[in-house]
Design a protein around this ligand. Structure first.
Ligand code: PMP
Length: 296
């Protein structure tokens, strides 16, 4: 990944992709004092960019550091790298971390770095598997209690349990893993939120100890626009027995149907497919109306 062509925005400058390095004695590497975002551009526009950048700022604040660039500056930088890389559909990855001035647990005065990379990432899951519905393992690790970790931060450290869970699942032939929360309720996949359908009603876990994803909120809006009934609540694992449809959603995963979670099976149905299509329309840049174009 580090030997590609192109540029990366790094602390305010565009640097060649292969030169975007950091020192091994970086606090972010040793103690996971790092936060990131995952964004997608469609038709040359980054979907909900401002929301992503605001979450990046908030993620850092929850880890007790402040990113030394404003939301507007970061938005501009994301757009600049996207333009420079020349993609219209792409994945955008801003990452901020504490530097190398102090190397103990405390790093009060370490410099805060920010880098933004853009690459093409057409499908997060295998497209053939995606059409049929992907298979999820049930993870051993659980999403932590909010008293244990800053669970609303998109913090690098919180992904340790996701990577381990996803690796275990992949080794067993699954596409991903579903994680329960610290109480044993259904929480989310390792990089996406989860929804279920039963008798025409959508059910999704209350995001009280994991990310309330930007895609999740978009899907909820789309469901409301369709007039679907939707319930946010705590969901017990055994309830999955009675659910008919299931899908996961996230910026990278978009809306992906699920056919299996451990012993439970689902069939991608009408509601899942409708929301999948509605989402792919929603992310496209809105064409300016004729009046707006005329006013320019
Ligand atoms: N949960 C986790 C653990 C994630 O990594 C992601 C992806 N950022 C999501 C949920 C979905 O968030 P979003 O829709 O904002 O991408």
């Amino acid at each position: 990944f580090d030997q590609r062509e192109g540029v990366i925005w790094y602390d305010g400058r565009m640097v060649p992709w292969t030169d975007a390095n950091l020192h091994v004695l970086s606090h972010g590497l040793h103690y996971a004092s790092a936060v990131f975002e995952g964004e997608r551009a469609y038709g040359g526009e980054i979907f909900k960019l401002d929301e992503h950048t605001r979450r990046l700022h908030e993620s850092a604040r929850l880890l007790d550091f402040e990113i030394p660039y404003s939301v507007e500056e970061i938005n501009e930088a994301c757009n600049a790298v996207l333009r420079e890389q020349g993609y219209s559909d792409a994945y955008v990855r801003p990452v901020a971390w504490r530097g190398s001035e102090m190397m103990g647990v405390s790093a009060q005065h370490n410099m805060i770095h920010l880098a933004i990379a853009v690459w093409e990432w057409p499908s997060y899951f295998d497209p053939a598997q995606r059409a049929k519905g992907i298979r999820l393992d049930i993870a051993e690790f659980r999403r932590p209690d909010p008293r244990t970790a800053p669970c609303k931060s998109k913090a690098a450290g919180l992904y340790m349990i996701c990577t381990i869970s996803k690796h275990k699942a992949e080794k067993k032939g699954f596409a991903d893993a579903l994680m329960f929360d610290w109480r044993g309720y259904v929480a989310e996949a390792t990089g996406a939120n989860v929804f279920f359908v039963k008798d025409g009603v959508l059910h999704t876990p209350t995001p009280d100890c994991f990310l309330d994803g930007i895609t999740r909120r978009t899907v909820i809006d789309l469901a409301k626009r369709r007039g679907y009934e939707l319930v946010e609540r705590h969901i017990k694992p055994e309830e999955m027995e009675g659910f008919e449809e299931c899908f996961i959603c996230g910026t990278a995963a978009e809306v992906t149907p699920v056919s299996e979670i451990g012993p439970y099976t689902f069939t991608p149905g009408n509601i899942t497919l409708t929301l999948m299509n509605d989402y792919s329309e929603e992310v496209q840049p809105k064409q300016p109306t004729k009046q707006m174009a005329a006013a320019r």
